[in-house]
Design a binder for this molecule. Structure first.
Ligand SMILES: [Zn+2]
Length: 150
């Protein structure tokens, strides 16, 4: 990560990032036997297709654009044990479900914090961008965000 922000714990194999955020992409697991995709990548050997005996998966870059399939407006503070940075006010945020046409899959993610929910419409084009989440310990962690496509 070029800006020194580490991936959120447990997600370091879920995306890769080039210089200055160029080339930021989510990485699915792709079954080497049948090509089935899973995101996040499966943490244990095995194919997400119950009809496949494949055990190995390889990283597979997903499309970085898609269509807003659905979204929700999170206006309430999640209860513990949801981590929250100390001494901060809760800021409402939106969660997006974005359909990737080529992969025929839906990927969830937080909407970039500068995008108001009023600016979202089902069916609009969305793009993947690097995002930052602040942990319960106040540490910046790299995540992905969705935002309306430029
Ligand atoms: Zn398979």
């Amino acid at each position: 990560m070029t800006d020194g922000i580490p991936a959120a714990p447990g997600t370091d194999t879920w995306f890769r990032e080039g210089p200055d955020g160029f080339g930021f992409v989510l990485l699915a697991g792709r079954c080497t036997s049948c090509g089935a995709l899973s995101f996040p990548p499966r943490p244990v050997p095995g194919c997400p297709d119950p009809g496949c005996d494949g055990l190995e998966q390889r990283p597979h870059p997903l499309s970085t654009t898609g269509t807003l399939w659905s979204y929700t407006d999170a206006r309430y503070v999640p209860p513990p044990p949801y981590p929250r940075p100390p001494d901060t006010e809760f800021s409402p945020y939106a969660l997006a479900a974005v359909e990737l046409t080529a992969e025929q899959m839906i990927v969830l993610g937080q909407v970039a914090p500068d995008v108001p929910t009023s600016g979202l419409r089902v069916g609009m084009a969305m793009e993947l961008v690097p995002g930052v989440l602040v942990s319960g310990e106040g540490v910046a962690e790299r995540v992905w965000n969705w935002r309306p496509a430029a």
